[in-house]
Design a binder for this molecule. Structure first.
Ligand code: NDP
Ligand code: X2W
Length: 311
């Protein structure tokens, strides 16, 4: 049977990439609103309520508005790519590797994780669960993203001003991703989060530095590698990266789209310090790839269908 899918925000950065991943798939039929009607509340209400699945690729306020347009009796199942519902009651956090594939498969309302939290949570949550990192340590997250992470507005800005070599931001220390990082890793404190943007279209590197010798109860770097490998299991999407022989992880301006998330643990020979690093595509496992993975599970299909998992 073919399921209908309405992407609200279909011409935005995330929406377009989801449509690309669904194109040509016979299991899904895309419902589209033309340019004149795509922001019309009545047209959106009808499309939202009649679809089998609605994927919200909208700013937070518009995503909340879309949910309010849904009749409680509607059969529609929702995946929200925005940050509006990531710690909200009644929503399942769409990180199947962390929350459980069955939980996502059975959910009516799924909130897609943020791109930075995807990297952070994959590194830290399994180690907290395994007792290798304490829940009450004040963690730090350093991250760089390609400019598509900021949607159409940031893409336009970076493409208009080729002189920006590095953009440090989040300087109020109140980034919207902090609540989901804290909640879904089960931490006592929100991490100190230092995000930045570089002049690459897509891709991101998320890093958690660990002064292991000073962290009460921290496990060894080897034990962390083993625990993260267990977390990856036989997933085709999340895997341990091969440590680079040249000792560097590059985010190339020409990075191809991809839906993988790769995890690394680097450490000093004396074991006193480690750096946990996650590499992903902000538009892949960080957004559109994750939404399609959850959609696949909700539709009872293999989780990797339509995803780009080539090296
Ligand atoms: N880019 C990324 O890497 C990631 C994005 N996200 C999240 O996904 C969501 C979408 O982001 P992104 O695709 O980057 O953003 P974009 O700005 O690229 O796209 C958003 C789209 O929503 C449309 N829109 C805005 N308001 C309404 C409305 N009231 N009704 C219908 N359409 C509307 C916009 O229209 P118009 O074209 O006219 O502006 C635009 O096409 C955001 O919440 C974002 O935070 C999450 C993870 C990663
Ligand atoms: C580079 C850049 O600006 N990135 C965005 C986050 C992208 C993302 O994950 O989107 P959500 O808004 O859905 O969480 C930011 O820092 O706000």
């Amino acid at each position: 049977m073919t399921a209908s899918v309405f992407i609200d925000g279909a011409v935005g950065t995330t929406g377009l990439e989801i449509a690309e991943r669904l194109a040509g798939r016979s299991e899904f039929a895309l419902v589209t609103l033309d340019e004149a009607r795509r922001k019309d509340a009545a047209a959106r209400r009808e499309a939202l309520n009649e679809a089998d699945f609605a994927i919200l690729c909208l700013p937070d306020d518009a995503a909340r508005e879309a949910v309010a347009l849904i009749d409680p009796a509607s059969k529609v199942r929702v995946i929200d790519a925005s940050s509006a519902h990531r710690v909200a009651d009644g929503w399942t956090y769409g990180f199947p590797e962390l929350i459980g594939r069955d939980a996502v498969a059975g959910a009516m309302r799924v909130s897609n994780p943020g791109c930075y939290p995807t990297g952070f949570l994959a590194l830290v949550a399994p180690l907290v669960r395994a007792g290798l990192l304490p829940a009450d340590w004040p963690y730090t997250v350093n991250a760089v993203s390609g400019y598509s992470g900021g949607g159409k507005a940031l893409i336009a800005r970076f493409e208009a001003d080729r002189d920006i070599a590095f953009r440090d931001y989040g300087l109020t220390l109140e980034h919207k991703h902090l609540p989901e990082m804290q909640r879904h890793a089960g931490l006592a404190y929100a991490p100190v989060f230092a995000p930045a943007v570089v002049p690459a279209h897509r891709g991101m590197v998320v890093e958690v530095p660990l002064p292991l010798a000073a962290i009460p109860g921290a496990g060894s770097a080897d034990a962390m590698r083993d625990a993260l490998a267990d977390f990856c299991g036989d997933s085709a999407i999340v895997r341990m990266g091969t440590p680079p022989e040249d000792g560097e992880i590059l985010l190339r301006g020409s990075r191809a789209p991809g839906d993988r998330l790769e995890l690394f643990v680097f450490s000093r020979a004396d074991g006193s310090q480690a750096r946990l690093i996650a590499a992903l595509d902000n538009l892949g496992k960080g957004a559109s790839g994750a939404a399609v993975q959850s959609l696949n599970l909700m539709a009872g299909l293999p989780e990797t269908a339509g995803l780009s998992l080539n090296d």
